[in-house]
Design a protein around this ligand. Structure first.
Ligand code: S3P
Length: 434
């Protein structure tokens, strides 16, 4: 894929549904009593992997991709069937980790794997707490990664302190907690996205949240007798909107509106960073869709300044860091991104992949152990970029290419199908290329 510089960026778009919420709608829909109808479902490869896995567990799921409508005929908490083959989570960390929490409590054994990237991502972060609850999980290559063999067992609630702020870890434990004896609690060092908590509550589970004095957060769940199906309207994914928000701030002659974007405070770090950098950004028409806040976001060409991003802000923008790094190249002064070691264990090592690609474009970037330091203000030039099959890298560098002095060629760009299959069409629709 080749991206050329733009001279103007105008218009209004709606981005696809939130990836995290789409996954959870399949999972809770499968475990609920009744039928869950999901609208604006993300028809991305990751969420389709979740659908495939739950179909293999005996759940009937109808999917109408043209309408972005999914209908899940729930089996109840105890209605899943043993899969006949190995479950394939594809490239999806969310599918792998969350389904492991569910499988840990089933009265059958299942095997779970995914693509080459998934088979390198750390699973001990869920194997450890789920094993403490009584699950039997074996990493078949004995390397703490998938493929996993999960033998369900009666579980007991635990009070677990997670070393990382991770919604995937938290959610895996909470889903297992639905089936455990007693209360299950997870404490994380900073609050990660809380979609599981909100959706579990909407489905009738008993979930509580405490903000602790030391800045950590504890979420607890008591075992559920039943979950009850709900209609779910998936908000636009702020992680997908982030590419257009960034483009609107740095492209010349730009003014764009992204409609109906989820602005859950555990996800809105990108908005806070744009404001801190001096970006012209307005958030209007704020309303709720179910338990999730949603708004229209308008951005226009701005003169940006560097900023410092770290601490509890990191989990609220973890997936947006590649495009924030691009933004930082167009800001005056230095941007420091710290406390973001988690970037190393995403679909690629995003500290390395961002640094490599930005260096290829002539940026002044230093990779650090927990983030990066970017000295902005130097024009970027065209380059050949390797996406390393990481959707967020491919999309972030498309935005860089729109604002560089020459074309950017992105290899492996079809990986955008993971979270945003229509990305390049939407980009073209708004752009007036040079
Ligand atoms: C996700 C949580 C985040 C995020 C991922 C989706 C989720 O991962 O990076 O894209 O849906 O729970 P971690 O929870 O591991 O940080």
């Amino acid at each position: 894929m080749i991206i050329n510089p733009v001279r103007r960026l105008r218009g209004e778009i709606t981005v696809p549904g939130d990836k995290s919420i789409s996954h959870r709608s399949i999972m809770l829909g499968a475990l609920a009593k009744g039928t869950t109808v999901v609208s604006h479902f993300l028809e991305g490869a990751d969420c389709l992997s979740s659908i495939d896995c739950f179909r293999a567990l005996g759940v009937t799921i109808e999917n109408d991709p043209a309408q972005k409508l999914v209908c899940i005929h729930g089996k109840g908490l105890h209605g899943l069937c043993a899969p006949k083959q190995t479950l394939d989570a594809g490239n999806s960390g969310t599918t792998t980790r969350l389904i492991s929490g569910i499988l840990s409590a089933q009265p059958f054994t299942s095997c779970l794997t995914g693509d080459a990237s998934i088979q390198k991502r750390p699973m001990n972060r869920i194997i450890t707490p789920l094993s403490m609850m009584g699950a039997h999980i074996e990493s078949l290559n004995d390397n703490g990664c998938a493929p996993l063999k999960i033998t369900g067992a009666p579980l007991t609630g635990i009070d677990y302190t997670s070393p990382v702020a991770s919604a995937q870890v938290k959610s895996a434990i909470l889903l297992a907690g639905l089936y455990a004896q007693g209360v299950t609690s997870v404490t994380e060092p900073a609050l990660s996205r809380n979609h599981s908590e909100l959706m579990l509550t909407a489905y009738g589970a008993n979930v509580s949240h405490t903000a602790n004095q030391d800045g950590s957060h504890t979420v607890s769940i008591t075992p559920a007798r039943e979950l009850y199906a709900r209609e779910i309207q998936v908000p636009g994914d702020i992680s997908s909107a982030a590419y257009f928000i960034a483009a609107g701030l740095i492209c010349p002659d730009a003014c764009i509106t992204v409609k109906n974007v989820g602005i859950n405070p555990t996800r809105d770090g990108i908005l806070r960073v744009c404001r801190a950098m001096g970006g012209q950004i307005s958030v209007e028409n704020i309303h709720n869709e179910g338990a999730e806040p949603v708004a229209d976001i308008t951005v226009s060409s701005s003169s940006l300044r560097g900023t410092v991003i770290g601490g509890e802000l990191i989990p609220t923008l973890i997936d947006e860091i590649p495009v924030i790094a691009v933004l930082a190249c167009f800001a005056n002064g230095t941007t420091v991104i710290k406390d973001a070691q988690e970037l190393k264990v995403k679909e690629s090592n995003r500290i390395d992949t961002v640094a490599e690609a930005l260096k290829a474009m002539g940026a002044d970037i230093t990779a650090t152990d927990d983030g990066m330091i970017i000295k902005g203000g130097r024009p970027l030039h065209g380059a050949a970029i390797n996406s390393y099959n990481d959707h967020r890298i491919a999309m972030a560098f498309a935005i860089a290419g729109m604002n560089s002095e020459g074309p950017v060629e992105i290899s492996g760009a079809d990986c955008i199908r993971i979270s945003y299959p229509e990305f390049f069409e939407d980009l073209r629709q708004l752009s007036d290329f040079v």
